[in-house]
Design a protein around this ligand. Sequence first.
Ligand code: AMP
Length: 397
Amino acid sequence: MPQTVLVINSGSSSLKYQLIDPDSGHSLAQGLVERIGEDIGHIHHRYSVHDVDINEPLPDHATAMKLVLDLFEEVGPPLAEANIVAVGHRIVQGGRYFNGPALVDDRVERLIDELSSLAPLHNPSALVGIKVAQDLLPEIPQVAVFDTAFFQDLPAESALYALDRDVAERYSIRRYGAHGTSHRYVSHRVSEILGGRDLKQIVLHLGNGASASAIIGDRAVDTSMGMTPLEGLVMGTRTGDIDPAVVLYLQRVAGMSVDEVDELLNRRSGMKGLTGDNDMRQVRDIARSGDHSARKRAREALDVYVNRIVKYIGAYTAEMGGLDVITFTAGIGENDIDLRREVCARLEPLGILIDEEANNQRPRHAVTISRKGSVARVMVVPTNEELAIATQAMTVV
Ligand code: AMP
């Protein structure tokens, strides 16, 4: 049995896991636990040809994790024989403390806890995941892999907000970025494939959450998510960039509370706010076959979505003083052929030329979709955050 890493991504009411061989990238088993804390929870576990679903109350993460470990014994693969050398945990916010993966000890746990104020929805549940894994798999080292780590060394010009320094420092307000594990993984894959040094890359991670990053060589120089994952591109349910005065206006004029505005901007905006649906496939369906006004709104929403991406590509190209490659990744980036065509059509006047036929696929591996003569290459590279977490975890055990 090769060495494996158990990767855990623990959300507030969910838990994703995958057992991975970090050398080959092979996934031996994976699963998803949803609706933890609700009346009836759900576990889906997949191993080889076995697909198992369980529906029963999952009052907390510990119960869920125990059931998952039971599934490994009953359905496979048995963990005692899986040669697990680390449990890798995805942690959203590493603040200014972590620029790479960290072996979990008391200090690391304390810092993750301290950073909960910056990621109130994510860091606390990740800590629960760590504690449960420590209890259930006490012999195996736990590693924290931070979503912000890749952006820890952003230059001051893109990390700082033009905010009163005393206030910013007192409250640790700066741009931390997010999705860093994906941006790092995808940009490394591109560098490996193209073999260039100091490539100027833009990575577009377009999933339900969405972010863009500018990378020179192996260093991120800018990214679209800010102190929290609310800033930047238009997302499934999040606004992305918005005039902060809107927040004040909603409180003063609409009489909304802080929590109501928070909920509005994070959960009821983005594509969902503009069309009623946050799933890009549904939005495309509405744009094709909804009634007249729904169609118009969906088309407008897609235009807002594309325009924001184009704006970031222009800005990052200027910031980096050039551009070698744009890479699309994540659910929408890998699968939405129309979206890639629409973004690239806007870049044609800049000399970026797409190959329609090459673009017309949902690739399982890295492909180039630009044509000869394009001033920058355009690629689609499937992201694999679990593999990236497993690989990073291996570097500290
Ligand atoms: P992720 O967060 O990376 O899992 O991405 C989720 C997003 O990918 C959702 O908005 C899906 O609608 C979108 N997506 C998945 N497949 C397709 C597709 N074939 N066309 C358009 N969007 C897709």
